[in-house]
Design a protein around this ligand. Structure first.
Ligand SMILES: [Mg+2]
Length: 272
């Protein structure tokens, strides 16, 4: 999640202001995260959400079978998965943002609890991969100080490969060239000893650096240019609650109040 990169250097209130630009750093008006309400309600309650996750992991299962059948690699095969809103469900934390009811409960407190639940189909898929001797690498933009609790959370939910060397957090400098949210160097690290046959995530940045620059056409051109890869090597899952997709909609600003945010969003809607 985008939230976590800032926690090291900013107080929690400013941190949350950075994530959800409607918030002022000093005064957090109630209800100013109300844009989240519909998205979180959908994520937690819509059977369509459940079906989409099953669809994604069913596809992943098929693609993995194909990759195993066609395997001519000397290296062991691997699947790279994101964690947040890919394998684990953090929507209860998003609920606390809607209500603004407990800011001390921030993201770090949430992940430290290690109680996020597995998303539909995620656990079954990971166990299936393990049964076929395919490694799962969890490449997450959670910070290094969340590493132990994240491994514990995955263990608590029964995920295989919930080990230090298979969970690659953002600021683990052995896997990246600095405290970067880009996952490029961590994917490269996995590729040194494994053949990555499939990537699963809720954010295009979970797949390839070609999606990282969204300044032109919100990044949709890159999706068009790589359309054949979706449902093949890239399995994308739905996350309407947050993501890199928000940033261009807010013109990359994190100082907007709720009204300014709403005005910008409306200016980017089309009616035909
Ligand atoms: Mg994610």
């Amino acid at each position: 999640m985008k939230i976590k990169s800032l926690i090291n250097t900013f107080p929690i209130v400013l941190l949350l202001a950075s994530c959800h630009p409607s918030q002022k750093a000093a005064v957090i008006p109630a209800g100013s995260h109300d844009k989240l309400l519909m998205a979180v309600a959908w994520f937690q309650n819509a059977p369509e959400m459940t079906a989409l996750y099953y669809q994604g992991f069913n596809l992943a299962h098929e693609r993995l079978d194909e990759a195993i059948a066609n395997n001519n690699q000397f290296k062991p095969l691997a699947v790279v998965v994101d964690i947040d809103e890919t394998m684990l469900d953090n929507s209860p934390f998003e609920v606390t943002l809607i209500n603004n009811d407990d800011f001390q409960q921030g993201w770090y407190n949430w992940t430290a609890k290690a109680t996020a639940r597995a998303l539909p189909g995620a656990l079954e898929f990971a166990k299936y991969a393990e049964s076929r001797q395919v490694h799962i690498f969890y490449i997450t933009n959670r910070d290094n100080n969340e590493h132990a609790a994240t491994v514990q959370n995955l263990k608590n939910e029964g995920f295989p490969f919930a080990t230090d060397d298979h969970v690659l957090t953002k600021s683990d400098l052995s896997y990246s060239s600095g405290n970067t949210s880009s996952k490029v160097s961590r994917r490269a690290k996995v590729s040194e000893n494994h053949e990555i046959v499939l990537l699963i995530g809720d954010n295009l940045n979970d797949f390839s650096e070609v999606f990282e620059d969204r300044k032109i056409n919100n990044g949709k051109d890159a999706v068009e240019q790589n359309r054949e890869l979706f449902g093949k090597k890239f399995i994308i899952l739905p996350n309407p609650m947050y993501g890199a997709w928000e940033k261009p909609l807010y013109d990359y600003r994190n100082d907007l109040n709720n009204e300014e945010q709403t005005r910008l969003l409306k200016s980017k809607l089309r009616t035909e």
